[in-house]
Design a protein around this ligand. Structure first.
Ligand code: 5AD
Ligand code: SF4
Length: 479
């Protein structure tokens, strides 16, 4: 692949990425140019996706575009003409895995020089990543980011026919691209993007820079997508956004927010509605009411708290306190009785003292979470928290993580035990990873349930009586 003048590449700029334009977001419809329709014929692709559900949904769009161009899925790496690494930038260890993978693929590409290798997703949105790829990872042919997936056909054509390396990363979001094709990875569960970007700017987080400003998809587009999914036999949708509770706040011409969308989706005929992720300070009464009144909105809520210390929450720019978080949580539990709530917690944020950490443990004790994702703070270049003084040794941070996890696991088990003896509805995903006589699926409260049953039940919602509660899963039998 020819390197063009490095300075003329379209590289990311975090200062530009931080800017928020005020105008309304334009809607653009994707259309595959005739010239790109057949260039993938006879060629195969593989997409390796890392990170969140947003990335998984992007991976499905990339697959959709490639298949429109004639590409077919590869059996494995050996059989691939194109490999796309769809990356995550949320923490350093996520990135380290990808650097390792890129290193491994270097040797592989030496054996198979015709292979086209692309780096996509959140990492290319970071300045230092693109610099490092250009300097040391010469075997990467194509680099693009989260804002220009729709230009994939053009990039592939350039790399294939002009034999030129393509590096094009937009620092700022453009319009919302509709009409994108998708190859969904699941037959009866689907991701549905309802908004993109994030305007919260939590001081530790890279996402507002890698995903741009908050912009909501139109209600009509979302409803049309879900009606189509119902027609195709899908049972469950998960609405995606970095902060779904801010849905509609960017609409200039109408008052239509997340609660309204939930109520409208509840009437589409889809059996199950879930959503990810929420910010506590945008969670409103309308959303809680929609959950209580809707028959298809699952009684499950992922509500990241991040810390239980008011001082740390302020330094994180989270706009709530420990007590106000617990008050919202309480209201949610009262409005939707029995709801299962999970959370995200970061330990070892710069300046976190033992007393701050104790506040987090106390919050966990009082919140009654049904589970949590817990992380050690990871410094992200370009974010405000990367410049904060941090004097807690990593070893102590890891100990805090361990102590926190012990408390979370106890809460997890208590949450599971409340289903003992109850009959729950399980959407059957498939056979268990550990025993092919056993089926596995998720209950309405998002608990993993294993039970003996016929594989013909896969894709159906069945009643299962819970007989055993373990920390990570429930065991039961069909009734
Ligand atoms: N370090 C550690 N954890 C982080 N998260 C986001 N940014 C960081 C960071 N720099 C966590 C938050 C968020 C989840 C998706 O990842 O808990 O909710
Ligand atoms: Fe990151 Fe905060 Fe936005 Fe979540 S709400 S994506 S943690 S900036």
């Amino acid at each position: 692949m020819k390197d063009i003048d490095i300075e003329s590449y379209f590289k990311p700029d975090l200062k530009k990425a931080r800017k928020r334009s005020r105008g309304t977001t334009e809607e653009v419809r994707f259309d595959l140019a005739d010239a790109h329709e057949q260039i993938g014929l006879g060629k195969t692709y593989l997409i390796q996706t890392y990170g969140c559900q947003g990335n998984e949904a992007d991976g499905e769009t990339m697959a959709g575009i490639l298949e429109m161009m004639g590409f077919t899925p590869a059996q494995d790496e050996m059989d691939s003409d194109l490999i796309i690494i769809n990356t995550c930038a949320i923490r350093e260890n996520a990135e380290n895995r990808i650097w390792g993978e890129l290193g491994r693929l270097k040797a592989y590409k030496r054996k198979n020089p015709d292979l086209m290798l692309a780096l996509a997703g959140c990492m290319p949105q970071e300045e230092y990543v693109v610099e490092r790829v250009l300097k040391t990872y010469h075997h990467v042919d194509l680099v693009f980011g989260t804002h220009n997936i729709y230009k994939l056909p053009e990039y592939i054509a350039t790399a294939m026919f002009a034999k030129e390396k393509v590096v094009e990363v937009y620092s700022q979001e453009g319009g919302i691209i509709e009409n994108l094709p998708k190859v969904r990875s699941h037959r009866f569960k689907a991701w549905v993007n309802i908004m993109f970007g994030c305007d919260e700017f939590c001081t530790y987080c890279i996402v507002p820079y890698t995903r741009g400003k908050e912009r909501s998809r139109s209600k009509d587009e979302i409803l049309a997508e879900v009606h189509e999914l119902v027609k195709e036999g899908y049972q469950e949708i998960t609405l995606l956004g970095q902060n779904v509770n801010a849905y509609g706040k960017d609409f200039k011409d109408k008052d239509y927010t997340f609660g309204d969308l939930l109520s409208d989706l509840d009437k589409t005929g889809i059996a199950r509605i879930r959503f990810m992720t929420s910010h506590p300070h945008d969670l409103d009464q309308k959303t809680m009411r929609a959950m209580a009144e809707g028959g298809h909105i699952m009684p499950f809520f992922h509500l990241p708290v991040q810390s239980g210390s008011d001082k740390i929450l302020k330094k994180m720019n989270r706009h709530y306190t420990k007590e106000s978080y617990l008050a919202v949580l309480n209201q949610l539990k009262q409005t939707v009785p029995g709801i299962a709530v999970t959370t995200d917690i970061i330990v070892g944020f710069p300046g976190e003292t033992e007393a701050d950490f104790e506040d987090t443990l106390d919050l966990v004790e009082r919140a009654g979470f049904d589970g949590a994702f817990t992380f050690v703070f990871s410094k992200r270049e370009g974010t405000p928290a990367a410049t904060y003084d941090d004097d807690t040794p990593l070893a102590r941070k890891k100990e805090r993580l361990q102590l926190l996890n012990e408390k979370i696991n106890a809460a997890y088990l208590a949450g599971s035990k409340r289903f003992l003896g109850q009959t729950v509805k399980v959407l059957v995903d498939g056979v268990s990873k550990y025993d092919d006589q056993v089926l596995a699926g998720y209950s309405e409260h998002n608990k993993l349930v294993n039970f003996k049953g016929d594989s013909a039940l896969i894709g159906q919602i069945v009643d299962v009586k819970i007989t055993t509660a373990k920390t990570w899963f429930l065991l039961g039998e069909t009734v």
